[in-house]
Design a protein around this ligand. Structure first.
Ligand code: BES
Ligand code: MN
Ligand code: MN
Length: 453
C-alpha cells in the first residue's frame, strides 16, 4: 500500500510533530496548566486540518475542550469513531526524571516524555495514519475523531458531550489506542478494562493539633486510627472485607481461566523489573488474574501531621487517605463507593469522625472477540507484525469505554501499542519508536480490513 511507504518515509516528520505536542504540558489534574490544555487542543485541531479532514472544531465543555473532527466520504460506507486523549498525568516528582518531562528526547530508540505513550503518542498515531491514507486516496470508510482533555481525571464532561451528541457520533465501531500489548514478540488486543471507584477519606480526632506529651496516650491519634482502619480493609488472604464488595463480581469459567493462563507471562522477569522479591495479592489467583479479572482496594496516598524537617511532637487533629478500588464486570462503581464509604464509617471507633468524599469513578468493560471490529484488529496485527494477537484483559481503566457501550451501544476496539516498560504515569515515561511507527501501520491496516465487505 502506498500509505505504508509514505508512513515509513515520513518517519522523521512524524516524530518531530509528536515532539512538538509532547512539549506542551497539558496536565489535566492541575488548573495551572489550563493554558497548555488549550494549546494542545489547538495543536491537534491544526494537525487534523493539515491532514485533510472535512471539518474540525474545538468543542467547549464545562471542563476541558474536546477536539472533534470528521471525514465523511460516503454515507453508505461504514464509519469508524476514533477516541483518544491529549491530557497527561502530572509529571511529579520532577527530580526523578533523567531528562525534563516536557522536553522529549530519544534514547535507545525510545521517546522519553510525559505523555509519550499515554496517550499523546498513541493518539497521534491516528492522526498520522489518517494523513497517509488521505494523501493516497486509501481511506476506505468514514472516520470521526473525538479527542478529549480530561481522561486522566475521569472524563466527567466527555460523558455529557457524548450524551448530547449521539447522532453526530453515530458510528459502526469505536477505535481506541490507549492500552498496552503483552510484548513486541507477542502482541495482544485488550478485551477487558477494569472499572474504578475513587474516594478521599478524612479522619478527625481532637479539634486541634495537640502536644503529644500532654495529651498522648489519652486522646486517639487520627493517623494511627486511619492506619488501623485501612489495615482492616483487606484480610490475610488478600480478600477485601467490605461487606457486599464481591456480591456482583463475575466469576470466570474454568475454561476462560485456562485460556488466560496460556498467555506467555514470566513471573521472574516481572519481579526483576520491579525489583521485588515476591508478589502479593488475592489467594487462589495468578498474577495475570489478579490484574485482569479481580477487583482491588489500594491506598494511593496517606497523609497528616508533621512531615517537615526534624521532629515535632504533635498529636494531629486530622488524617487523610485517597483510596481507589479497581472493579470488574457487573460491579457498579457508585454502589461500591457507597459500600466502602458506609463501611469506613461503621468501623471508625468513637474517638474519631470520618468524612468520605467520592472523587471519580467508571464502569468496567469487556469487549467481545466475535465482532467485525475485533477481527479487523486481529488481521491488522497479522499484516503489520506477522503474528496473531492474543486477547488479554488489562488492569487499567478508561472510564468512557463503558459509557460508550451504554450510551452509544458501541464496543471499543482497544488497539493499543504500549508496553509495561513504558512506565506510564511514572517518572521517565517512554514509548518505543518502533511501537509508534508500527502502530501507525497497524491502524492503517485496520481500516482496510474493517471496510472490507
Ligand atoms: N491509558 C490509561 C489506561 C490503561 C493503560 C489501560 C494501560 C490499560 C493499559 C488511562 O490513561 C489511565 O491512566 N486511566 C486511569 C483512569 C482515570 C480515571 C484516572 C487509570 O487507569 O488509572
Ligand atoms: Mn490513557
Ligand atoms: Mn493514563
Amino acid at each position: 500500500m502506498k500509505s505504508i511507504d509514505y508512513i515509513l518515509s515520513n518517519k522523521q516528520r512524524y516524530l518531530d510533530e509528536l515532539f512538538e505536542l509532547l512539549r506542551i504540558p497539558s496536565v489535566s489534574a492541575d488548573k495551572k496548566f489550563s493554558g497548555d490544555i488549550r494549546k494542545a487542543a489547538e495543536f491537534i485541531r491544526d494537525k487534523f486540518n493539515e491532514a485533510g479532514v472535512d471539518s474540525v472544531e474545538i468543542h467547549e465543555t464545562d471542563g476541558n475542550p474536546v477536539v472533534y473532527a470528521e471525514k465523511i466520504l460516503d454515507k453508505t460506507l461504514p464509519t469508524v469513531l476514533v477516541y483518544g486523549h491529549y491530557d497527561v498525568q502530572p509529571a511529579d516528582p520532577y527530580e526523578l526524571w533523567d531528562s525534563p518531562p516536557f522536553e522529549p528526547v530519544i534514547k535507545d530508540d525510545r521517546i522519553y516524555a510525559r505523555g509519550a505513550c499515554d496517550d499523546k503518542g498513541q493518539m497521534y498515531m491516528h492522526v498520522k495514519a489518517f494523513e497517509a491514507m488521505i494523501k493516497h486516496d486509501e481511506l476506505p470508510c468514514n472516520v470521526k475523531f473525538m479527542i478529549e482533555g480530561e481522561e486522566e481525571v475521569g472524563s466527567e464532561h466527555l460523558g455529557d458531550f457524548v450524551k448530547a451528541n449521539k447522532e453526530k457520533l453515530a458510528a459502526d465501531v469505536i477505535l481506541v489506542s490507549d492500552t498496552s500489548i503483552l510484548s513486541n514478540d507477542c502482541p495482544s488486543i485488550t478485551v477487558g478494562l477494569r472499572g474504578l471507584s475513587y474516594i478521599e477519606v478524612e479522619v478527625t480526632g481532637p479539634n486541634r493539633d495537640l502536644h503529644s506529651g500532654i495529651y498522648g496516650g489519652a486522646v486517639g491519634n487520627p493517623i494511627n486510627t486511619l492506619c488501623d482502619m485501612v489495615s482492616q480493609l483487606i484480610d490475610d488472604k488478600g480478600h477485601i472485607t467490605v461487606p457486599g464488595f464481591y456480591d456482583k463480581v463475575q466469576d470466570l469459567s474454568e475454561a476462560d481461566r485456562a485460556a488466560m493462563a496460556k498467555a506467555p507471562f514470566d513471573i521472574e522477569m516481572y519481579k526483576k523489573e520491579l525489583d521485588i522479591d515476591d508478589v502479593k495479592g488475592e489467594e487462589g489467583f495468578s498474577t495475570l488474574e489478579r490484574v485482569g479479572i479481580r477487583p482491588t482496594l489500594d491506598v494511593n496516598g496517606i497523609w497528616g501531621g508533621y512531615i517537615g524537617e526534624g521532629a515535632k511532637t504533635v498529636l494531629p487533629s486530622k488524617a487523610y487517605a485517597k483510596i481507589s478500588c479497581r472493579l470488574v464486570p457487573n460491579q457498579d462503581h457508585e454502589e461500591i463507593t457507597e459500600l466502602v464509604a458506609r463501611h469506613l464509617e461503621k468501623i471508625a471507633p468513637k474517638h474519631v469522625k470520618v468524612k468520605v468524599t467520592p472523587l471519580h469513578g467508571g464502569q468496567a468493560a469487556v469487549i467481545p472477540t466475535d465482532s467485525k471490529g475485533y477481527r479487523a484488529a486481529s488481521q491488522a496485527f497479522e499484516k503489520a507484525w506477522g503474528k496473531t494477537p492474543i486477547p488479554m484483559r488489562d488492569g487499567g481503566s478508561i472510564p468512557i469505554v463503558g459509557l460508550f457501550q451504554d450510551v452509544l451501544g458501541l464496543d471499543s476496539i482497544l488497539l493499543g501499542f504500549g508496553l509495561d516498560q513504558d512506565a506510564i504515569h511514572s517518572p521517565n515515561e517512554s514509548y518505543g519508536v518502533f511501537n509508534y511507527m508500527k502502530g501507525i501501520e497497524t491502524i492503517t491496516w485496520f481500516y482496510q480490513f474493517f471496510a472490507k465487505k
